[in-house]
Design a protein around this ligand. Structure first.
Ligand code: ATR
Length: 273
């Protein structure tokens, strides 16, 4: 039996175990998915222990995504983003991937959204980082807005620096730039915690429009004020459970080399969100 797991602190409310176990059951894979909650500074040591114990794969979440990099060989995208959320122990040293970025892209493409034009990302924390790299790599023009403008500028500079050919246009702004940017945008992503367990949106409703595809990384609640406003404006809406699903789908496919049973994983996730 193969053991997979999630490294995080806290992990008790994670939806990853039922999502991955639904995949094992569907494809008749002899595996279990468990959670590990080491001390806050013990990320790298936990990865070494997992290798010793023949764990097949780990997902990694807050607060360990940066810490574990020193214990793995990061794939190029994970190294550029500076965060690992998936570890494959079939190599020595283990390989660290970032499937959050691919999760963003697949969330949009699954909903038939064309990944071209201008994207506005609200938030420049961990989630905003993966989103900004993902969309810039797809060739979109990426406008990063953040409450703390200097963090948006720093992230924009980091994304631009990792495209030495100058083939990516990425800019940072404060939140005051949001209305004008959103009015002209094709894609909008909320990567802040605004809207989590609260009826509040980070974007004024009156600037949303029908030519926009809106992804909210918040999945508690699934139907956020932003997505409600976006739907009312006629926009395409993508909720945060899709991002969670597709980062897991990508991790599963990385570990097993098989196509993930997306519908069954989605159902396992959505019945619990
Ligand atoms: P995560 O890893 O989930 O992205 P994070 O790294 O703590 O979490 O980042 C949280 C993001 O939400 C940041 O962009 C933060 O803005 P600041 O950089 O200015 O702190 C943003 N955020 C949190 N609360 C906010 C609020 N009330 N209004 C606007 N932005 C907020």
């Amino acid at each position: 039996m193969d053991v997979y797991g999630l490294l995080g602190n806290p992990v008790e409310h994670s939806l990853s175990p039922p999502m991955h176990e639904a995949a094992y059951e569907t494809l008749d894979i002899d595996a279990r998915y468990v959670t590990f909650e080491p001390d806050e500074n013990a990320g790298a040591r936990a990865v070494e222990s997992a290798a010793t114990l023949d764990v097949a794969g780990l997902n990694v979440t807050i607060p360990f995504k940066q810490q574990v990099i020193e214990a793995v060989d990061p794939a190029p995208l994970a190294e550029r983003i500076g965060a690992v959320n998936t570890i494959d122990f079939s190599t020595d040293p283990p390989t660290g991937y970032n499937t959050d970025a691919a999760g963003v892209v697949r969330s949009f493409t699954h909903h038939g959204v064309d990944l071209t034009g201008d994207a506005v990302v609200v938030g420049a924390g961990g989630a905003g980082r993966a989103v900004a790299f993902a969309l810039a790599d797809e060739g979109l023009t990426v406008h990063i807005t953040n409450r703390t403008e200097s963090k948006a500028d720093d992230l924009a500079a980091a994304v631009a620096a990792s495209h030495p050919d100058g083939d990516s246009a990425v800019m940072g702004y404060g939140l005051d730039a949001l209305p004008d940017l959103v009015a002209e945008a094709d894609l909008l992503v909320n990567a802040t915690s605004v809207g989590m367990e609260e009826d509040r949106s980070p974007v004024p409703a009156d600037v949303l429009h029908a030519d926009l595809a809106v992804l909210d990384a918040v999945y508690s609640p699934l139907e956020t004020r932003l997505l409600d406003d976006a739907a009312a404006a006629g926009a395409t809406t993508v909720d945060g459970a899709w991002m969670l699903l597709f980062q897991g789908v990508e991790a599963f496919e990385q570990w097993t080399g098989r196509d993930a049973p997306v519908a069954e994983m989605n159902e396992a996730l959505r019945t619990r969100v």
